[in-house]
Design a protein. Structure first.
Length: 167
C-alpha cells in the first residue's frame, strides 16, 4: 500500500503534468484542486524538487513545474523518492535489500518467492506508467491475473473466477 504522502505526491504531479509547458503552478492552486493540506503539500513538493523531478521559481509568477518531460518520469521514481523501497518485504528489495529480522534461512523461506512476484508485478506497473498517463489514461495497460496464477499460466478455473469477479 502506498502512503497518503505518496498519493498526494501523485495527485500533485497529475496537476503539474496537465499544466506542463504553461509555466509555474502555485501550491495554493494544487492544494485547493486536489484537496491536499497546503503545509503537507509544501513538504512533498520540496522533496520532489530536491530529487530533480520538480523545479521551483520564487516571486511573482512563481510556483512549481516539472523539471523534465512527463514522459521521462515514472511512478516508480516518484514512489521511491516519497516512500523509499517499493518491495513488500525488505529481503526482496532490489535497491534497499535488508535481511528480514525473523528469517532463519532465506533459501528455505516460503514467503520470499511470493513477495518477489508481488514486487515484480507492482514494479511492472509503476515503471511502465509515466506521468503522461494522466493526460491519456488509455496509456495504462491492465491485465487481470487471478490469485495463484502466474502471467501466462491461467487455468480454466482461474479464468472462470476472473470472469465472475469482473462481471
Amino acid at each position: 500500500m502506498i502512503s497518503k504522502k505518496a498519493k498526494y505526491a501523485i495527485k500533485a504531479l497529475k496537476v503539474l503534468t496537465e499544466e506542463y509547458g504553461k509555466g509555474p503552478v502555485l501550491i495554493s492552486y494544487i492544494s485547493a484542486r486536489e484537496h491536499i493540506p497546503k503545509k503537507f503539500l509544501e513538504a512533498i513538493l520540496l522533496e520532489l524538487r530536491n530529487h530533480g523531478i520538480l523545479q521551483s521559481q520564487k516571486g511573482k509568477g512563481g510556483g512549481y513545474l516539472l523539471r523534465v518531460d512527463p514522459a521521462r518520469v515514472n511512478l516508480a521514481q516518484v514512489l521511491r523518492v516519497i516512500d523509499g523501497p517499493i518491495a513488500p518485504t525488505p529481503c526482496v528489495s532490489l535497491n534497499f535489500y535488508v535481511k528480514c529480522d525473523d528469517c532463519e534461512d532465506e533459501v528455505a523461506c516460503a514467503l520470499k518467492p511470493i513477495m518477489e512476484r508481488v514486487r515484480d508485478a507492482n514494479l511492472g506497473v509503476y515503471e511502465n506508467t509515466t506521468l503522461l498517463a494522466f493526460q491519456n489514461p488509455s496509456m495504462i495497460e491492465t491485465k487481470e491475473i487471478p490469485i495463484g496464477a502466474a502471467a501466462g499460466e491461467m487455468s480454466e478455473a482461474g479464468s472462470e473466477a476472473t470472469s465472475r469477479m469482473t462481471a
